[in-house]
Design a protein. Structure first.
Length: 193
């Protein structure tokens, strides 16, 4: 067995902070969304992904892969959103075997209400705290970590059957291209600009 490259005191301090900060940040953003809108951060992320999808809907397998959830984990995540009327389950019109998660008008309205709260928190705790230079440096650091990690892990690998619904005109050959949208901050609406 190879010798373990144990962390020295400085490396350990930085690593623990690196692990601690996202947990605290996520909890703070979650609490703010819960208090202001009765929406968890995890539910907010689901609504954002659906809002950015063509037709405001995604195959369940595709949504599970984006959220790094198993199919049963996604079912549990969506159950509350469906009960609240924010998301609905539909069959895929181009493939009866496929199921879609779709954003409802009520879900879109809740997301539009909650987005300013979320964006204000992101700006306050991250963007403004870093400043332009810090943001650029963090972007570079995260890019190096992303490169070291390689391909994004997914708990359930999509199959050919899980290709995007043809109804939305998506090209399955480009479905693995990185998304240029902001995954946790929906694009500003015309009324928010």
């Amino acid at each position: 067995m190879d010798e373990v490259g144990w962390l020295d005191a400085d490396e350990q301090r930085v690593w623990r902070r690196f692990v601690d900060i996202p947990i605290r940040l996520g909890a703070r953003l979650d609490r703010e969304l819960q208090l202001a809108h009765g929406l968890s951060m995890a539910d907010y992320i689901v609504l954002v992904h659906l809002s950015e999808a063509p037709g405001r809907s995604l195959r369940m397998s595709e949504l599970a892969a984006l959220l790094l959830l198993s199919p049963s984990g996604l079912t549990r995540r969506l159950d509350g959103l469906v009960r609240a009327g924010l998301v609905e389950r539909r069959s895929c019109p181009s493939d009866r075997r496929g199921a879609l998660g779709a954003l409802t008008p009520k879900g879109a309205a809740r997301l539009e209400e909650a987005a300013p709260t979320h964006v204000a928190g992101v700006r306050r705790y991250v963007i403004d705290a870093l400043g332009a230079d810090g943001l650029r440096d963090l972007g570079a650091v995260l890019g190096r970590i992303d490169t070291a990690l390689g391909e994004r892990d997914a708990p359930c690998a999509p199959t050919e059957r899980d290709a995007p619904c043809a109804q939305w005109g998506e090209d399955p050959d480009t479905s693995d291209q990185p998304c240029s949208r902001q995954p946790l901050v929906p694009e500003a609406t015309d009324t928010a600009r």
